[in-house]
Design a protein around this ligand. Structure first.
Ligand code: FES
Length: 158
């Protein structure tokens, strides 16, 4: 058995290394806390956005006459939509964002269709189906509900 001292690989703790670790842990806790708070804020925003379009819905008009169009936003204020009164008196609604390149759709009372002024896309307001032009898919429909005090958007776009 040797009595020779073995070289140690341990680095002695200095005041600087301890405070450096504390600073690092403090930073880690702050970053983690920030992530938790921002995740909560995003979740709350999503919940609020869906709650806006929840069961109560959003009142968009007192009535919509045949041939009349009512622009509105749903479910959020950045989600443009349009409701139109069909010839039979049925109110229908769709997203008013063209599925081609995102231009705003216009209601054409004479043809009873929604038209995109950018590349002549044409949509059926009842189904959202593409009738002409380059749009690759239908516009999303929004379900409306007639109530005693008006017409509400209650679900969608879907
Ligand atoms: S953006 Fe509507 S047809 Fe092109």
């Amino acid at each position: 058995m040797s009595t020779e001292a073995r070289p140690t690989h341990r680095v002695p703790h200095t005041q600087d290394s301890v405070s450096g670790r504390r600073d690092f842990l403090r930073l880690l806790v702050m970053v983690s806390g920030g992530l938790v708070l921002s995740t909560g804020a995003v979740a709350a925003g999503v919940f609020r956005r869906h709650a806006t379009g929840g069961n109560r819905g959003k009142r968009i008009a007192s009535s919509i006459a045949p041939g009349e169009a009512v622009p509105f936003s749903y479910p959020g204020s950045d989600d443009p939509a349009i409701a139109v009164g069909l010839a039979d008196g049925t109110p229908v609604a769709v997203s008013s964002v063209c599925t081609h390149l995102g231009c705003a759709l216009l209601w054409k009372k004479d043809s009873g269709q929604l038209e995109c002024p950018c590349h002549e896309g044409v949509f059926d307001p009842r189904s959202g189906r593409v009738l002409a032009g380059p749009p690759p898919r239908p516009v999303a429909r929004i379900r409306l509900e007639k109530r005693d005090d008006g017409i509400y958007a209650v679900e969608g776009p879907a």
